[in-house]
Ligand binder design. Structure first.
Ligand SMILES: Cc1cc2nc3c(=O)[nH]c(=O)nc-3n(C[C@H](O)[C@H](O)[C@H](O)COP(=O)(O)O)c2cc1C
Length: 186
């Protein structure tokens, strides 16, 4: 797919089925992700690829962390947490390693991780797959990050649900550029 077509037609798709990207397609997604701009060459990108049986384990870890963070959580919310990863054949946990740096503030390291996620999603789309970037409370739960084995200086920036679309993609509304872009000085 032409790069500009990929950039302007990507839409999030929450309904995803097998097959998940694999082999060379998955490798290209990570090659694209790791081309994100990166101030100071800190390479702050970390990804955990979860599929198959791992999705059940991820759901268990989510439910465990959710109830430990909030013991009053209702059974319905717990069940939802447990089921959430099963909405796609693959979940990629995207994380940023954020370190103290004299010239590169934490926000820039997080922005670089965000750019990597966008590259990853675009590369999925360009190869006929679809994805959706999700977060939620657990993305910010240190307990959950620890359960995943993330280091203390690593933090989740998103859960990227990836797979094959179940239907035609939504047509994105054409953006109103004037609401977001102006030339300066006028
Ligand atoms: C950092 C980040 C976190 C997000 N978290 C969620 C989420 O938890 N749940 C959700 O429905 N959408 C979430 N979104 C929005 C969707 O990924 C998506 O962008 C939105 O539904 C608009 O669809 P589009 O990408 O096709 O324009 C998040 C987006 C970003 C950038």
């Amino acid at each position: 797919m032409d790069a500009l077509v990929a950039l302007t037609t990507r839409v999030s798709q929450g309904r995803l089925q097998a097959p998940a990207p694999d082999g060379e397609a998955l490798e290209r997604m990570f090659q694209a992700a790791l081309r994100a701009p990166d101030h100071g060459a800190l390479k702050p990108w970390r990804f955990l690829v979860v599929e198959g049986e791992g999705l059940m384990r991820l759901g268990e870890a989510m439910a465990d962390a959710a109830v430990a963070d909030n013991p009053a959580l209702g059974q319905d919310k717990l069940d939802k947490a447990r089921q959430n990863p099963l909405r796609a054949p693959m979940v990629i946990v995207a994380a940023a390693r954020v370190v103290e740096h004299p010239k590169v503030p934490a926000v820039e390291q997080l922005l670089s991780a965000g750019a990597a996620v966008q590259n990853l999603m675009l590369a999925a789309h360009a190869q006929g797959y679809a994805a959706m970037w999700r977060t939620g409370d657990l993305a910010y739960s240190r307990r959950f990050m620890d359960a995943l084995g993330l280091a203390p200086d690593e933090r989740i920036v998103g859960f990227i649900y990836a797979g094959t679309p179940t239907g035609p993609a939504r047509e994105p509304l054409p953006p109103v550029l004037a609401e977001h872009v102006r030339h300066w000085p006028q």
